[in-house]
Design a protein around this ligand. Structure first.
Ligand code: AGP
Length: 499
């Protein structure tokens, strides 16, 4: 293929089946576009065109049609007439082969110039690594035209830090395994001081997926350690109608800093939101007044592992800070204990090979381990494509126990330092006596279970979930591996959910 300009998209279309016809770029005559976002009125817009013109089932194709109809000279007004979460769009026109039009609204577009003088534009700064040394974040709602022979003044935009080189897998088979194994190293660095407003009477945490589950663990830390009433809500469920006490501190958690649902929620809660993020310069950091970088390093695997771990650790530090005003209390012993779980990976792999064929799991934990049960059920779903349902251990007897049979193993977190240990032991017995199979993560002796994965105990039971989660992550990883799944890039998923 030869040419001087090119556009492409590494994701499948959000609207329309996963197939070649729906894959970007979409074309209308000489116009080609790639789009990261949602056209909410695409059905209505398509009515203005002959339906036979449309080749794909995507919402995005209509953008190409509109630009083709109106001409590239009015591209800005054409794009602005489209409703929805527009995200980011790149456009080319065969009639002007040396030009790319770039427009974003709500999703990032980063641009830089390579040594060869060529422009590179991407939705994630990491994609530019190895191509440019300096990159800039284009402004939202501004059309930027990259044309051969005409320099774009990128200096007027905010700088985006470009990683020196693409993140390597080192000798690991998958990024997920590498990132799980990096978790003990997350512990002994001395983190930045927190950037926070004066504490309110209560805290509300928002996030999605793993970030939401980290928030649930954070609630435990904040309420138990610093006695601050804390609520946690899925970012996508935040409503303007929820009565909000005046003096609330809002914390938004997002490793990518680009999750659309979290961005929309922050806009509703605007201004004074505190972020906990792993992505300096992201959209969320530009919206929040108080930003706190977790510094977990780049996470490439779609499944959050080390960012979940580090977020939880920082939430623990935050709770300690509210209690003692110390920004950081070292937890050096945590590193050794976390490493012991990783050293047990071979045994966890063996257990995974014995249970990988099950298609349904219940994952149970109590108190501090309930958010861990939720997180591990999510890891099983997204990496191993198995149905896993998490619940507080004692809730099982209120209905889900009806699911217990030989095809639905229950995975328990049962640590001797758990304040609810007796109740969990009883829940295990309840499953066993109904002929259910049981896998237990534990340091207890003499548990009647089909599979036991020993976990080291932490003296501080509040830090135990950070140890236990590593065991659950490894189990999910090895089940996914044995099932032959696309571990680092699971089907239908992306690292930042920008739609
Ligand atoms: C976690 O393994 C998932 N990939 C996903 O649930 C993720 O946690 C969620 O989309 C939130 O992402 P964020 O932390 O980047 O906002």
């Amino acid at each position: 293929m030869c040419g001087t300009t090119g556009i492409g998209h590494t994701r499948w279309a959000t609207t329309g089946e996963v197939n070649k016809v729906n894959a970007h770029p979409h074309q209308a005559g000489t116009i080609a576009i790639v789009h990261n976002g949602v056209v909410s009125n695409h059905k209505e817009l398509k009515e203005h065109f002959n339906s036979n013109l449309f080749v794909s089932d995507t919402d995005s194709e209509v953008i190409a049609r509109i630009i083709k109809r109106d001409g590239v000279s009015s591209i800005l007004s054409s794009i602005q007439s489209i409703k929805g979460e527009l995200g980011a769009i790149l456009v080319t026109d065969d009639c002007l082969p040396n030009t790319i039009w770039a427009y974003s609204d709500g999703s990032p577009l980063i641009a830089g110039i390579g040594e060869d003088g060529d422009y590179y534009i991407a939705s994630d700064v990491r994609a530019l690594s190895g191509y440019v040394t300096k990159a800039y974040r284009l402004n939202s709602k501004e059309l930027v035209i990259f044309a051969a022979g005409e320099r774009v003044n990128l200096n007027k935009y905010k700088i985006a830090e470009v990683p020196d080189k693409p993140v390597s897998k080192n000798n690991f088979d998958h990024y997920m395994l590498k990132e799980i194994c990096e978790q003990p190293l997350q512990i002994d660095d001395e983190p930045e001081e927190f950037n926070l407003p004066a504490i309110g009477d209560n805290i509300k945490i928002i996030g999605c997926g793993s970030s939401y589950y980290a928030g649930l663990l954070g609630k435990r830390f904040l309420e138990d350690i610093s006695q601050i009433p804390t609520s946690v809500e899925y970012a996508s469920e935040v409503s303007l109608n929820t009565p909000m006490p005046h003096n609330t501190t809002h914390i938004a958690i997002s490793q990518s800093g680009e999750t659309k649902d979290t961005i929309s929620a922050i806009k509703k809660l605007f201004p004074k939101v505190v972020s906990l993020h792993n992505s300096n310069g992201s959209t969320i950091t530009s919206l929040c007044e108080y930003n706190n970088y977790i510094n977990a390093g780049p996470e490439v695997g779609v499944a959050a592992t080390k960012t979940f771990f580090k977020t939880c650790l920082r939430l623990y530090h935050l709770a300690e800070y509210y209690k003692t005003s110390k920004h950081y209390t070292p937890q050096l012993e945590l590193e050794n204990i976390a490493q012991q779980v990783i050293d047990n990976a071979n045994h966890i792999h063996t257990v995974a090979q014995q249970i990988y064929h099950y298609n349904n799991f219940l994952v149970l934990g109590s108190g501090y381990h309930y958010p861990i049960a939720l997180e591990i059920a999510l890891k099983l779903k997204e990496t191993a494509y198995v149905h896993a349902e998490a619940m507080p251990a004692a809730e099982m007897k209120h209905g889900p126990i009806a699911l217990i049979d030989k095809n639905t193993p229950s995975i328990f977190f049962c640590m001797s330092n758990d304040p609810n240990i007796n109740q969990i032991l009883q829940n295990i017995e309840e499953v066993k006596s109904r002929k259910g199979e049981v896998l237990v993560f534990t340091d207890c002796q003499n548990i009647d279970a089909d599979w036991i994965i020993e976990l080291p105990k932490h003296m501080n039971f509040r830090l135990q979930p950070l140890i236990s989660v590593i065991g659950g992550q490894l189990l999910s990883y090895y089940i996914a591996l044995t099932r032959g799944c696309e571990i680092d890039k699971p089907r239908n998923l992306a690292k930042s959910v920008t739609v």
